[in-house]
Design a protein around this ligand. Structure first.
Ligand code: IPM
Ligand code: MG
Length: 361
């Protein structure tokens, strides 16, 4: 029997509630398919600051490297919102992404017929939406230096640096084009090339990469226009590739299509093995939602679908991944909804929704 080592990093707010549902689903997968999942748990974010004074211990990073994959809940805690503070829960995520070389963030955006009523957009506009955003994750303005604030002659001042190198752009482009090869063969590269030098470099390298994939169509769209198209004409996209910050913003916007941030999964991957799998970190794209934490109201679907992505991309278990995805689709088709996507009822609790999926595996 194969044993997989999974590091659980439930984090803050609703993180632990949704992570518990993912674990429940994995237990069902192991019953049905005979795999063994070994879990270790690591405090990250606000809970780690509370306990160790840092959002992520060095030791945690070492242990993460020894695991097959990380399931990450959410981080963020209003107690650490002080803009002058030096420790912040979000540092856990950035340290893991940077420290583990997870440069490619995959964020699929899909809408199923059964939940179309949960979308605030017109059904005829969103029906059939199926695209994936490939967000560069370890470069750009998130990681560029200098990044600091100081007291200048004109008062308080601050600087962030948007920085990209050729290899950083090349490797994310290849991820996007490879995905497009297996999909509808269309890449939309999103930038702000009318203003930014980093974007002009991005665009140039997108063109060079496209030359190596003759069957893929490449288009360039400016980020402001893309923000408009995502809600106005979401079905036009297949693969969107973009920088760290633009990807962050556009994927929250894209989540509106499905009706809730709670539905959206994501995968963070680095270099892959020959067989196309590799170490990864998997997290729903929603945050810690402190306003509803501990109340059992969070939607665990994004976390459960992230777990399916882990089965596929890190553990090489595609059949198991499809089984989990079908169980989610079945539960939704049967009308199982948490409050965020329920239209007429009060909705299921986080646990009930987790059970609804697990019982369909
Ligand atoms: C995300 C989040 C993170 C990001 C935060 C929590 C640092 O918004 O994963 O989209 O900006 O990358
Ligand atoms: Mg975000």
């Amino acid at each position: 029997m194969t044993a997989f080592n999974i590091m659980l990093a439930p984090g803050d707010g609703i993180g632990p509630e949704v992570t518990a549902q993912a674990v429940k689903v994995l237990h069902k997968v192991s019953d049905r398919f005979g795999h063994r999942f070994q879990f270790t748990e690591e405090p990250v974010g606000g809970v780690a600051i509370e306990r160790y004074g840092t959002a992520l211990r060095e030791e945690a990073l070492r242990r993460a490297k020894g695991s097959d994959a990380i399931l990450f809940g959410a981080v963020g805690d209003p107690r650490y919102d002080d803009p002058t503070g030096t420790v912040r829960p979000e540092q856990a995520l950035l340290k893991l992404r940077g420290g583990l070389g997870l440069f490619a963030n995959l964020r699929p955006v899909r809408i199923s017929e059964s939940t179309i009523d949960a979308s605030p957009l017109k059904p005829e506009k969103v029906a059939g939406t199926d695209f994936i955003v490939i967000r560069e994750l370890t470069g750009g303005i998130y990681f560029g230096r200098p990044q600091r604030r100081w007291l200048s002659e004109d008062g308080r001042a601050a600087v962030d640096t948007m920085h990209y190198t050729e290899p950083e752009v090349q490797r994310i482009m290849h991820v996007a084009f490879r995905f497009a090869s297996q999909r509808r063969k269309r890449v939309t590269s999103v930038d702000k090339a009318n203003v930014l030098d980093t974007s002009r470099l991005w665009r140039e390298i997108a063109e060079e990469t496209a030359a190596q994939y003759p069957d893929i169509t490449l288009e360039h769209v400016l980020v402001d226009a893309c923000a408009m198209h995502i809600v106005n004409q979401p079905t036009r996209f297949d693969v969107i590739v973009t920088t760290n910050m633009f990807g962050d913003i556009l994927t929250d916007e894209a989540a509106v299509i499905a009706g809730s941030l709670g539905m959206m999964p994501s995968a963070c991957l680095g270099d892959l093995r020959e067989d196309g799998t590799g170490f990864g970190l998997y997290e729903p794209i929603h945050g810690s939602a402190p306003d509803i934490a501990g109340q059992g109201r969070a939607n665990p679907v994004g976390m459960i679908l992230s777990t399916a992505m882990m089965l596929r991309h890190s553990l090489g278990l595609s059949r198991e991944a499809e089984t989990v995805e079908s169980a989610v689709a079945l539960a939704l088709a049967d009308g199982c909804r948490t409050a965020d996507i329920a239209t007429d009822t009060q909705g299921l609790t986080t646990w009930q929704m987790g059970d609804a999926v697990a019982s369909r595996i």
